[in-house]
Design a protein around this ligand. Structure first.
Ligand SMILES: N[C@@H](CCC(=O)N[C@@H](CS)C(=O)NCC(=O)O)C(=O)O
Length: 309
């Protein structure tokens, strides 16, 4: 995918790998938070620009739904597959800014922006700018920022009593699983792929064992780490197993990860956020010739037996 340079879109693919052929992810440039003096908590003030297939944008779609933040956050979806100008909303544009492409959102905030035009973007409709474009920050703020507002689900997923355990799990899950599948799929050398593949399946095996005698990663309650893992698990058999060559095991082959994934999928507000067609669209539709696979046939609604743990 291309990028903006001084506010002008450049089509040329920007390299994503280092000299050893290993995939490198860029730092997100916008890191403000809702609840700060510049960005107070207010109804109908904020907006999300997302792609339903993207696992990072998905985190924010998921939190908006499970925390019941819909009245506080409007949302625009890009089409699943990227084109020459990156993510696009289609010829009609999206309703908030009339943006045709995601890069229009970035130049609306800063007409000299240089960088990749990633989703998700958390937008402030009042000052017409980007609050934050880092999904990890966005879900952390959604966990509590709106909790005093009417109708919001007060359940917290970043629990203070588990904070250090969640932080450690997040780091390992991010490096080896969330970003690990990308390190497999985008590696440009056999050695980089092999290393990413081994650490990915090592962590999946470890977590599968951990979930053998406890319902969720930190025990009896769902935490942020579970949701961050879920975002990758739910895409795994559909996209990463084939397109990113993450093919030692499927998630449905694991005795604990598979019912655990169904348990999370069946929590209130989750199923309606999982868009399998968009997941196929982003991973298979963005690469020529864009033919979407018909399978696999996965029943996320099948009964799970995790409640007894
Ligand atoms: N650190 C960002 C990463 C977001 C990200 O990489 N999104 C992908 C879509 S899955 C994207 O927009 N890529 C476009 C690009 O890298 O140019 C986050 O987690 O919010």
């Amino acid at each position: 995918m291309g990028m903006l340079v001084d506010g002008t879109w450049q089509d040329q693919e920007v390299p994503r790998t280092n000299a050893e052929g290993a995939f490198i992810r860029n730092e997100s440039p916008y890191r403000d938070v809702i609840g700060s003096p510049l960005f107070p908590v207010e109804a109908d003030r904020y907006h999300l620009f997302v792609n339903a297939g993207c696992p990072w944008a998905y985190r924010t779609i998921l939190y908006r739904s499970i925390k019941k933040l819909q009245p506080y956050l409007t949302m625009s979806y890009t089409l699943p597959a990227a084109g020459k100008q990156g993510w696009t909303f289609g010829e009609q544009g999206e309703p908030l800014l009339g943006a045709i492409h995601m890069h229009d959102v970035y130049t609306e905030a800063n007409d000299k922006f240089t960088g990749r035009c990633t989703v998700p973007v958390l937008w402030d409709k009042q000052s017409n700018t980007i609050v934050n474009n880092e999904s990890a920050d966005i879900i952390r703020m959604f966990d509590s920022a709106f909790d005093d507002e009417p109708g919001v689900n007060p359940t917290r997923y970043y629990l203070t009593e588990h904070a250090s355990e969640i932080d450690a799990l997040n780091d390992e899950i991010y490096t080896t699983i969330n970003n690990g599948v990308y390190r497999c799929g985008f590696s440009q050398s056999q050695a980089a792929y092999d290393e990413a593949f081994d650490t990915l399946f090592e962590t999946l095996g470890k977590l599968d064992k951990r979930l053998g005698d406890q319902r969720y990663l930190c025990g009896a309650s769902i935490t942020e780490s579970d949701w961050r893992l879920f975002a990758t698990l739910v895409r795994f058999d559909v996209a990463y197993y084939g397109q990113f060559k993450c093919n030692l095991h499927r998630i449905v082959d694991y005795p604990n990860l598979w019912p655990y994934m169904r348990d999370l999928y069946q929590q209130p507000g989750v199923a309606e956020t999982v868009d399998i067609a968009a997941i196929k669209g982003i991973y298979y539709g963005s690469r020529a010739p864009g033919i979407l696979p018909r399978g696999p046939d996965i029943n996320f609604s099948e009964h799970h037996t995790r409640a007894v743990l």
